[in-house]
Unconditional design. Structure first.
Length: 158
């Protein structure tokens, strides 16, 4: 039981590395045409071509859940699939709901951590092109953004 929980958590936290590298090397690389509209405002549609990545990245999680759930010798894949799926849910919640406000929930969430995430993502989006990007991760951001968030929070409290 504890080993299964450990596998889920290890996969969940490991997915940040997968998200970072796929964002930097695939989305800002050969798959830029799918990601490009995410860096530009498109007020005519709720959906973006970038949303296809939701399906692309869900497939390994679904495959792991299915194989691990139906084939007992590969049960470990069930827990890996759970970690992938939990990360996908976190990514959707933080990226689409909190940062980009695609749904008007979590608008007034205020903490140093969330301020740092929002600032790092804003710095990522200041680059409209494929090249020269920064802050490709989602849940782990460089420490300098935490320092900025603390200073801003202290200034706002005055």
């Amino acid at each position: 039981m504890l080993l299964n929980i450990f596998i889920v958590l290890l996969t969940y936290f490991g997915m940040e590395g997968v998200a970072w590298s796929s964002h930097k090397f695939l989305m800002h690389g050969p798959l830029w045409k799918l990601h490009e509209d995410h860096h530009k405002k498109n007020p005519t549609s709720f959906f973006e071509k970038n949303d296809y990545f939701f399906l692309i990245f869900a497939l390994p999680g679904i495959a792991c859940l299915a194989l691990g759930g139906f084939y007992a010798p590969w049960r470990i894949l069930l827990y890996i699939g759970q970690g992938i799926t939990l990360y996908g849910f976190s990514y959707f919640t933080v990226h689409d709901i909190f940062i980009h406000q695609r749904f008007k929930w979590l608008r007034n969430t205020d903490s140093i951590y969330f301020r740092a995430i929002r600032r790092a993502h804003k710095m990522h989006h200041k680059h409209l092109g494929k090249e020269g990007g920064e802050c490709f991760g989602m849940l782990w951001v460089p420490l300098k953004y935490f320092s900025e968030a603390k200073k801003k929070a202290a200034a706002d409290a005055r």
